[in-house]
Design a protein around this ligand. Structure first.
Ligand code: FMN
Length: 185
């Protein structure tokens, strides 16, 4: 197959997450693609533009939440990435809930929620990368199968290029599917 060389730009796939933080005493929510794991530790990173309304809220409280919206929330999710808390009050878009371990609003309507305590802030260009230790995790009861979160029931939104996508099917199992190759040798 011939390869076509294109622009030096990330393309995805990226997870679509909604980050929650209290800002000026009210919940605010921002949609991000720059969010994920950094090692095998229970730590998530999120990169937020320094000028976003949410960013000082994360710094002041020392906590943020990472919320996985299901595909049914794609409209609200995109909206949180279009409007800023500087001009639009996003506090009543969702039902917030809190854990005693840290001050960050988690979103009831999202299928899974992580409460993270900021342990490191890394300035990156005009963004700040927050490393957050996971201090609490919540999952909707109906998204659990055999005691574990079921990705197809969580139904996360994946972003790639200019569109949002859903998970479709299981195509393999971690650390198992590849074993077939060693069995054949
Ligand atoms: C799909 C999508 C992905 C985004 N990813 C990021 C991101 O990773 N980091 C970031 O700082 N902003 C990201 N943004 C932009 C912010 O969500 C947007 O500027 C938002 O309005 C900022 O809200 P705030 O000012 O209330 O914090 C993204 C927006 C969309 C629609």
């Amino acid at each position: 197959m011939k390869k076509i060389k294109i622009q030096n730009q990330p393309f995805g796939p990226f997870p679509t997450m909604i980050i929650g933080a209290d800002v000026n005493g009210k919940p605010n929510y921002v949609t991000v693609g720059a969010c994920g794991v950094v090692s095998l530790k229970p730590v998530l990173y999120v990169s937020l533009k320094s000028t976003h309304y949410t960013t000082p809220g994360v710094k002041e409280n020392g906590y943020f939440s990472v919320n996985i919206p299901p595909i049914s929330m794609v409209e609200q999710t995109d909206y949180c990435g279009i409007v800023s808390g500087k001009t639009v009050d996003k506090s009543s878009l969702f039902t917030p809930f809190y854990d005693e371990l840290g001050r960050a609003p988690m979103i009831k309507e999202c299928s899974m929620n992580f409460l993270c305590k900021v342990i490191q802030v890394i300035p990156l260009f005009d963004f700040e990368m927050f490393l957050g230790e996971i201090v609490a995790v919540y999952v909707n009861e109906d998204c659990i199968t055999d005691g574990k979160p079921n990705p197809l029931k969580l139904n996360p939104i994946i972003m790639m290029g200019a569109s949002y996508y859903s998970l479709n099917e299981v195509v393999g199992n971690l650390f198992r599917t590849g074993l077939k190759l060693s069995e054949n040798k």
